[in-house]
Design a protein around this ligand. Structure first.
Ligand code: GDP
Ligand code: MG
Length: 290
């Protein structure tokens, strides 16, 4: 893997303007790479879990990349993952590429040009691409259509965690993880998630797997990896590739349009706003294509 080229490509793509993305006219749709989305509140152990998972799943025939879109992620700070696992463990792994990205640039909790960033990694022949997003509600919805499998990570002991999660966030996951199994209260949240999973997931016929693990010492990572393989096998039989591609395209289209409208509004203010809303609207709508 050419880390330098990948790093430069990612930076360029991250900063690409709407027009540059359009000009590249790449189809950011389904491919052979497996896309895993890992989400959950800050501090539940997403980064720690990803480090374990990546080390467990990567090998010379299966290279893996990680995009961490998490402003609070220690990935960006240097010392990755708390006490036991260090960034160095992954950085030294020839089969893993990690990049952390600022989420400031997009308003949905992801960053700009996520579809094109993923496409770049797919073209670089990674077999698996892991996206870490901070659990702010919006990002879960934004990520859902960009990945094949959504993994929601939770931890015990935060009281009424499951009930208090925004409706739909838990239901949207394909795999539910109770991390920090070493902490008190893990049984309770595990049972709660089991009940939710039994109702069925976002894909009809798929009942989300519930996995408990401890990212700190790695216990249970084999179960998580197994759950991913089961979800992949199930999806291979049941997924509607045309629908998935349409949803991915729609997301990309919508985020490019939103950015373009933002750009135009910023450029036109404040004079523009002295007109009626209808006039402003026609002005912006007309300018979108220019
Ligand atoms: N007790 C315990 N702590 C953990 C476990 N996994 C992660 N942590 C700690 O939780 C904190 C947040 O972890 P991090 O991976 O950065 O969480 P993220 O914000 O979700 O990416 C760190 O101090 C980790 O060492 C675990 O399984 N058990
Ligand atoms: Mg993190």
């Amino acid at each position: 893997m050419n880390r330098r080229a990948i790093a430069q490509g990612l930076t360029k793509t991250l900063n690409a303007s709407v027009n540059e993305v359009l000009a590249s006219s790449q189809q950011c749709t389904d491919s052979s790479a497996l896309r895993l989305g890992i989400t959950g509140a800050p501090g539940v152990g997403k980064s720690s879990m990803i480090a374990r998972l990546a080390a467990y799943r990567a090998n010379k025939d299966k290279q893996l990349s990680i995009l961490a879109i998490d402003p609070s992620s220690p990935l960006s700070g240097g010392s990755l993952l708390g006490d036991r696992i260090r960034m160095a463990d992954l950085v030294d792994n020839p089969d893993i590429y990690i990049r952390s990205l600022p989420s400031r640039s997009a308003n949905d909790g992801l960053c700009n040009n996520v579809p094109a960033l993923i496409k770049l990694l797919e073209d670089a022949d990674f077999s698996e691409i892991i996206l870490e997003t901070v659990g702010v509600g919006q990002a879960e919805y934004a990520i859902r259509n960009q990945v094949d499998i959504v993994i929601l990570v939770m931890q015990p002991g935060s009281g009424d965690t499951v009930q208090s999660m925004k409706a739909g966030v838990v239901e949207m996951a394909d795999i539910l993880v109770v991390n920090k199994d070493d902490m008190a209260g893990a049984d309770i949240i595990y049972a709660e998630l089991g009940e939710i999973a039994a109702r069925g997931g976002r894909l009809e016929g798929w009942y989300p797997k519930v996995v408990r693990m401890c990212a700190r010492d790695g216990k249970g990572i084999d179960k998580l990896s197994e759950a991913i393989d089961q979800a992949v096998a199930w999806q291979a039989q049941h997924r509607d590739v045309e629908l998935i591609n349409a949803q991915r395209k729609r997301y990309q289209l919508q985020s490019l349009l939103e950015r373009r409208v933002d750009e135009l509004l910023n450029a036109a203010e404040p004079q523009l706003l002295s007109d009626s809303v209808a006039d402003c609207f026609s002005h912006i709508a007309g300018a979108i294509k220019d």
